[in-house]
Design a protein around this ligand. Structure first.
Ligand code: SAH
Ligand code: SF4
Length: 419
């Protein structure tokens, strides 16, 4: 993984990117945005449809190749616009077919995207922010602190690059079942809290579901949230994607320890909001996916499984059990298979569908919660965690050494308030 030191070459790239930033990036524009842009150039709005097909169906980034546009328009676009994706720093392939990309975004940080092939489907796990401001206790991204939101172009670019990296762009291509490279699902479960980057995430998801772009079914585009309730209510007004709630605990005391945003938006408020979201969807067959990361001796007891059953009794949901994926800077442990299965059994016996998510891409650190990219952290949180863990290793007094914590927390609060 790339370190944080910025090389001369990277500095040059940043300068090039700054110059490019004066050009409009068409990659992240929805049909409405692109039509408005065409009109601003004195063109007919329907040009947007043609350009979208070139970009998202054919993977073309050079305006001169867009042969159904007039020469004049191609020239104007070459001067004023661009189709630009983050630079691929590395692409790693796991023995199980999982593929992980490290992408360098402007400003020097890196984000990660993961492709997971499964029988009958291929899922792309997409990042929404550089780092995350929410600091859940079990999440590697949270420990990296927060830098900035990704633009809509940087979000959709992850799908654009992934499609291009396998078999290229060919919407007519028929895939054999389970063939690697087929992307049928997108989950907003990479780095970041998608609801804290609302407009850009919604625009990118609209492109994912638009037939002129990727045409994915709304059932197969899933937003996962740790529970930013006001934004979840807003999502219901503008989107009909599928919903996953990162619950991880059946009571507020424990959940507030694991998922700090629970102090602001407790479980009852969150589940009400999720229920409203599902009720508002046009098809009544969809259920909420509840994500529950199982951490050894923390939230994996049978008593908590029973509490979870009570809590979710009337909630239309399925429960994804995710055995904790360890990473540096965390003392948590993954429970034994027996403990995971015993937890699952309680849920199954109460009638819940509760699959155990098998760990994928372990050999390339691509599993849930292991995505850390290389975030230039403006909250200072990552430095504090590294200091904490070093001090603990040396047997020192952790609290005494954690400096400047108040400033960092204030920064995170400001970031949260933006959402
Ligand atoms: N911010 C969003 C989406 C990104 S996290 C959210 O929290 O929902 C995607 C999923 O990975 C969440 O359910 C999260 O709780 C889970 N996760 C994070 N760290 C993990 C870890 N170390 N092991 C297993 N799952 C983890
Ligand atoms: Fe952010 Fe989600 Fe990780 Fe929590 S689990 S720190 S919300 S990315």
């Amino acid at each position: 993984m790339a370190g944080l030191a910025i090389t001369v070459q990277e500095k040059v790239q940043d300068t090039v990117q700054e110059v490019m930033q004066t050009k409009v990036n068409l990659l992240g524009l929805t049909e409405v945005g692109l039509s408005d842009y065409m009109v601003s150039l004195g063109e007919k709005p329907f040009r947007a449809k043609q350009i979208m097909k070139w970009i998202h169906h054919m993977g073309v980034s050079d305006f001169n190749s867009m042969t159904d546009l007039s020469k004049g328009l191609r020239k104007t676009l070459s001067e004023q616009a661009q189709i630009s994706a983050p630079q691929v720093v590395s692409q790693l392939d796991s023995v199980d077919g999982t593929r992980k990309w490290l992408l360098r975004v402007s400003g020097g940080s890196c984000i990660e995207t993961v492709y997971i092939p499964e029988p009958g489907r291929g899922t792309l796990c997409v990042s929404s922010q550089v780092g995350c401001s929410l600091d859940c206790s079990f999440c590697a991204t949270g420990k990296q602190g927060f830098m900035r939101d990704l633009s809509a172009a940087e979000i959709i670019a992850q799908l654009w690059l992934a499609v291009g990296s396998f078999n290229g762009f060919d919407p007519a291509r028929k895939y054999a079942d389970g063939e690697i490279g087929r992307i049928t699902n997108v989950v907003m479960m990479g780095m970041g809290e998608p609801l804290l980057n609302f407009d850009n995430v919604v625009s990118a998801m609209n492109l994912m579901m638009d037939d002129r772009a990727y045409g994915l079914s709304k059932r197969r585009v899933t937003l996962s949230t740790s529970g930013v309730v006001p934004m979840l209510d807003r999502l219901g007004e503008v989107s009909d994607c599928s919903l996953a709630i990162s619950l991880h605990a059946p009571n507020d005391k424990l959940r507030s320890e694991l998922v700090p945003i629970n102090k602001k938006y407790p479980i009852a408020m969150l589940l009400d909001s999720a229920q409203r979201y599902i009720n508002g969807l046009s098809d009544n067959k969809r259920v909420i996916t509840i994500e529950y990361t199982l951490i050894d001796q923390v939230n994996d007891s049978l008593e908590l499984a029973e509490q979870l059953v009570e809590l979710l009794r009337d909630v239309p949901c399925k429960i994804n059990l995710i055995p904790f994926n360890p990473f540096d800077l965390s003392d948590y442990k993954r429970p034994s298979n027996n403990r995971v299965k015993a937890f699952q059994r309680v849920l199954n016996e109460a009638g819940f569908i509760a699959p155990i998510r098998t760990t994928r891409g372990d050999d390339i650190d691509a599993a849930c919660g292991q995505l850390a990219g290389a975030v230039l952290d403006r909250t200072n949180r990552s430095a504090r965690y590294r200091l904490k863990s070093r001090t603990a290793l040396n047997g020192g007094d952790v609290e005494a050494l954690v400096v400047d914590g108040s400033k960092s927390e204030a920064d995170s609060d400001n970031i949260l308030a933006r959402g």
